[in-house]
Design a protein around this ligand. Structure first.
Ligand code: NDP
Length: 362
């Protein structure tokens, strides 16, 4: 089947799979109806917001860019002009809470350094806005639990920017187990790149919360969890460091193994030094290999039956359309705050295992 890019965004954006999901308890009525599109304010105009999310919001059918929150006044003019953002929808980190009085913003998308997610998700929820939050959702299980509770109390929805949930190859990975039901599954997932600038926030514990694990390892955890379709029982992890100065505050490289209830196992790796980018799933009689696996474009899959030819989508556009659809039609999401919390449970267990040298229960 041939798809044009735009058609595929539209199709997935109103995802037929999503329509099968149950509605969310406590949100019994669709919040909006008719042709209304959700209006989004991006918080933190860095690399991801500027180069991926804002351009993607020009291709979404169920939401649009209508506000910005920035601590850098010099960025404002360019954004205003490029995206036609009204002055009344422009905030900084101090006056952000006034967004509560702004009915023309429906959703706040938090794209800040990791340690700031917690504060801004909570402030957004208290302002009565639905929230999209980048990964990792928070720095700890406690933070994630509180973020979920505050959003629930405020009656707003919370989603985590797991862009690969909508990516066709990863959707195959999620279903691959169904055809190979018997026997043990083995998953190998790895994501790493060589990080540059030693002064960036990703290498500062106070802002990043951790190193490659928080930033990239989370993709490998996600992939193992959704390929196997179970929550890990335990992890055993090992840390390796080659540059003690650059990585004085955060982890450089970690490899870890997870054991799952169905006796399935995964072996994963993340690094800020050695590039790695693969997902491999093996069942008793089938295998699936995705290499590269975690890129925005050009992921390439093959199976024991041959090469997989799937469309290359705009992941960010489909992700934001899908979240918007969940809000508009009151549908559950597989990228909810609860999903973000599950990853932080695993990450905490991995760090504990690194520290103790023991297997740790998740
Ligand atoms: P950047 O460093 O490029 O941007 C972060 C922005 O946050 C800054 O530009 C700045 O925006 C704002 N900010 C506020 N306080 C600080 C501070 N103390 N130090 C640095 N920046 C600050 O980061 P990214 O855009 O790459 O990452 C942002 C988030 O998005 C992270 O949580 C990351 O994990 C996630 N991400 C997710 C990706 C995905 O594929 N899902 C890909 C890339 C990142 P301003 O000047 O407007 O105030």
């Amino acid at each position: 089947m041939k798809y044009t890019r735009r058609k595929f965004i539209a199709t997935l954006g109103t995802g037929s799979a999503l329509l099968m999901l149950p509605s969310v308890p406590g949100f019994s009525k669709p919040i909006f109806s008719g042709d209304k599109k959700l209006s989004i304010a991006l918080v933190g105009l860095g690399n991801y917001a500027t180069n991926q999310l804002a351009p993607a919001l020009q291709e979404t059918s169920l939401c649009y860019l209508n506000g910005i929150v920035t601590g850098t006044p010099a960025k404002i003019d360019k954004w205003k002009q490029q995206y036609n953002i009204p002055d009344k929808n422009i905030y900084n980190y101090d006056n952000f809470d006034n967004i509560a009085n702004n009915e023309s913003i429906d959703v706040v998308y938090v794209v800040l350094p990791n340690s700031m997610h917690y504060e801004f998700v909570i402030r957004a929820a208290k302002a009565g806005k639905h929230v999209f939050c980048e990964k990792p959702m928070g720095l700890s299980v406690n933070e994630c639990e509180e973020m979920i509770a505050v959003c629930k109390k405020a009656g707003v929805r919370l989603f985590v920017g797991y862009r690969l949930h909508t990516e066709p190859h990863h959707q195959v990975a999620m279903k691959f187990r169904d055809e190979g039901k018997t026997g043990i599954m083995y998953v190998q997932s790895e994501f790493g790149f060589k990080i540059g600038d030693p002064t960036q926030w990703r290498l500062r514990k106070a802002l990043a919360g951790g190193g490659s694990m928080m930033d990239l390892g989370i993709y490998a955890i996600q992939a193992a969890r959704y390929s196997i379709g179970e929550e890990p029982l335990s992890v055993t992890a090992q840390e390796y460091k080659t540059d003690y100065k650059k990585f004085s505050e955060v982890d450089e490289t970690i490899s870890w193994q997870m054991e799952f209830p169905g006796r399935h196992v995964s072996n994963s790796y993340t690094s800020y030094t050695t590039p790695a980018n693969r997902l491999y799933i093996s069942t008793e009689n089938r295998w699936f290999n995705l290499f590269p696996a975690f890129n925005y474009h050009g992921n390439h899959g093959s199976t024991n039956r041959g090469e997989l030819i799937l469309p290359d989508i705009n992941q960010q556009a489909v992700q934001m359309n899908t979240f918007s659809k969940c809000i508009l039609d009151n549908l559950e999401s597989d990228a909810s705050g609860e999903e973000g919390l599950r990853d932080l449970k695993v990450i905490e267990a991995i760090y504990k295992s690194v520290e103790s040298g023991n297997k740790v229960k998740v």
